[in-house]
Design a protein around this ligand. Structure first.
Ligand code: WTA
Length: 650
């Protein structure tokens, strides 16, 4: 970057006072974690506070937070404000894709949540029960989440873009006895048939006994009189008062399924006390929220970013947020910028993929709108390339707003590494997530778990427990321990490559496991391979990621066909449709090659490094050897063979 460009960015060392402050807070948090976290916990409401806030497990760094403290997430997010001068403050400005609008204050949210909680109790929902939510981005989704945790029940939100197969897998795994859905949702002017997909998912055998349906689109749907209930029918009959379940800190608040390195999605289970503290603290630290702000996190609530920064973080801080239901380019490419202007959004938090696609659409779209209300910009979900960072900073922020690049994961509950204006001004470096939040002990280690020096690439690990950490994988404690805590003794393994520079800044370099980030969404390559193998024509498959100018990454599939199947264009199409109907459109490979053989090590492990080098048209030496342990000769031979096969296939 030219010096002249750098000078407009807040990278000047003279303001690194903020970083020193963050460092001293971090030291304090390590020296006296009990005191540090208790101080923050005191800013939230607890029904009971007994004993220490952290109990160590035998094997650190996992353990249990607020074991003998009792609280309720919904009480802290809603009731606290509904009984305070903030009661008439706007909690949410909501806009549907067709342009319909709603404004919901904290007092209104309180009464809606109470009615829904009362409807749920009437249906027999009790603490610990699981409820699956399969809904569009409408206020009723948030109301349902809050009503669920109010009763101490556990929500499992399934992204509205998922297929009936994914929905049914998640319902069955969580053992949900209730499903909340909607007739449909709007996306790019069309109705997504949520109720119909839900009906397919429930099929003949499912633990679900009752289905609550929100009327959103108003088009005709089939209701099963013994099973299905309209949301408006049941809620309108309810009282505005329900009891609040005071639950212990480690009581699960939700399950959120995410892709991993096997075919089966994992259900990350989050706590109540620790998760609440983490959503509250990270939101406040990173977004430096004030009473006047209008915060907008564009993520879908179906992902963790939506859980923590559309729902819990803003509400726990008593903030005002904007929620938008539909597609960013509907009816035109300036929908988002018109929303920023209309609602006076001051903080915008989005994903690099969205930024890159707006960048491609051209500067004239944001140029049509007054974006002067913005004061802070954020990104999450994938590494942001410097060009996109610069465009965001200049074209959207008009060179006035810092960009906070926030690194975290479904498993971490909230932001871990980021610039944090709320803790101290952090000089920025485009492409770096900057420094860990106080309380987060992040490091970069080699294959043996030994910290590497400045400027060296390695694996990101977290050495100490933090309150927001997930507690387990639903029904799979063993996988929880082996995937995250066995790789490096005493550390949480994040499965990301990283590098720390000489200023201590972290650069996140992408996944170190077999997980892709397509438009910011986690797609397990093995899940995709398993899906392809389910097709009767496929004998074997290998999937890897290829970098993509907009989506960050796309899936490229290599397929070996069974005897008797010809590699035709029709079959290629059929395989794409097969993936679409099982995993959803995000997972459909951008290219699919039919091959006779796949590059494998002698022990039978697919050499992804070789496939990646071929696909990216790079030499093998340019791809990190951290990816597999094949010998140089082995890799070179496989590289040449795969290239030949692809050339032959055309
Ligand atoms: C990636 C999303 C670079 C990373 C909140 C991580 C990032 C995965 C960043 C988690 C960032 C997230 N820079 N990479 N700022 N933020 N990632 O669970 O690979 O959907 O492991 O959580 O996203 O994805 P998940």
């Amino acid at each position: 970057m030219a010096d002249e460009e750098r000078s407009v960015l807040p990278t000047d060392k003279s303001i690194s006072f903020g970083v020193k402050r963050i460092e001293s807070m971090r030291e304090m948090s390590f020296e006296n974690p009990e005191g540090f976290w208790t101080g923050i916990a005191e800013e939230l409401f607890w029904f009971e506070k007994k004993g220490r806030i952290f109990s160590k497990a035998e094997e650190p760094p996992y353990g249990s937070w607020f074991e003998n403290w009792k609280t309720n997430l919904c009480y802290n997010a809603v009731d606290r404000w509904a009984h305070s001068p903030r009661r008439n403050k706007v909690a949410f400005f909501w806009e549907g894709e067709p342009g319909d609008r709603r404004v919901i204050t904290y007092a209104e949210l309180h009464s809606d949540v109470n009615r829904m909680a009362s409807a749920l109790s009437e249906l027999g929902v009790r603490a610990g029960d699981r409820i699956t939510l399969y809904m569009p981005m409408i206020p009723e989704l948030i109301i349902s989440m809050l009503a669920t945790v109010r009763l101490g029940a556990i929500h499992s939100v399934v992204f509205g873009g998922f297929t009936s197969q994914s929905l049914s897998d998640r319902i069955n795994d969580s053992g949900s006895k209730l499903l909340i859905t909607a007739d449909g949702g709007w996306r790019r002017g069309k109705i997504i048939e949520l109720k119909k997909i839900a009906d397919e998912a429930l099929g003949n055998s499912s633990p679900v006994e009752k289905v609550i349906v929100v009327r959103r689109t108003g088009h005709g749907v089939t209701m099963d009189p013994h099973r299905d209930i309209w949301y408006h029918d049941t809620c309108s009959r309810q009282t505005k008062k329900t009891d609040i379940e005071a639950v212990p800190g480690p009581h699960p608040s939700y399950i959120l399924y995410t892709s991993g390195t096997t075919g089966k999605p994992k259900g990350a289970v989050h706590s109540t006390g620790g998760y609440m503290l983490w959503s509250y603290y990270t939101f406040k630290s990173v977004f430096d929220i004030s009473e006047e702000d209008v915060f907008w996190c564009t993520a879908d609530i179906g992902w963790v970013t939506g859980h923590t920064y559309v729902v819990y973080g803003p509400l726990l801080n008593g903030a005002t947020s904007l929620i938008y239901e539909g597609a960013p380019d509907f009816p035109e490419q300036d929908r988002w910028w018109s929303l920023v202007e209309r609602y006076g959004v001051s903080i915008l938090y989005t994903a690099p993929t969205a930024i890159r696609s707006f960048m491609k659409a051209g500067d004239s779209w944001p140029g049509k709108h007054d974006l002067s209300s913005l004061r802070l910009l954020g990104t999450v979900g994938e590494p942001i390339n410097p060009e996109a960072w610069q465009w965001y900073y200049r074209t959207i922020g008009r060179g006035r707003c810092p960009v906070v690049d926030t690194w975290w994961q479904t498993e971490t509950g909230g932001i871990m590494i980021s610039a944090q204006p709320g803790n101290g001004e952090t000089p920025l470096k485009p492409g770096s997530a900057t420094v860990p939040l106080p309380g987060v002990d992040a490091c970069v280690v080699d294959e043996k778990g030994v910290p590497v020096g400045a400027g060296e690439k390695g694996f990101l690990a977290i050495r100490r427990p933090w309150p927001g950490q997930f507690m387990t994988l639903w029904g799979d404690r063993e996988r929880f321990e082996s995937v995250y805590f066995s790789r490096f003794k005493g550390m949480y393994y994040a499965a990301d490559y990283a590098m720390q520079d000489s200023d201590g800044y972290f650069w996140l370099l992408g996944r170190a496991d077999e997980v892709l980030k397509i438009a910011g969404h986690r797609i397990g390559t093995i899940e995709l391979e398993d899906t392809l193998i389910m097709h009767p024509a496929v004998a074997e498959s290998a999937v890897i990621g290829r970098s993509d100018a907009i989506k960050g990454e796309t899936a490229v599939a290599f397929v070996i066909l069974k005897q008797g199947h010809a590699p035709t264009q029709e079959l290629r199409k059929e395989l794409s449709n097969h993936v679409r109907s099982h995993m959803g459109p995000i997972a459909v490979p951008s290219s699919l090659y039919f091959v006779d053989r796949l590059p494998k090590t002698r022990s039978g492990k697919i050499m992804r490094r070789v496939i990646r080098a071929v696909v990216e048209e790079k030499s093998i030496g340019d791809i990190s050897t951290l990816e597999d342990s094949a010998s140089v000769d082995e890799a070179n031979r496989a590289y040449i063979e795969l290239k030949e096969q692809i050339e032959r296939a055309g």
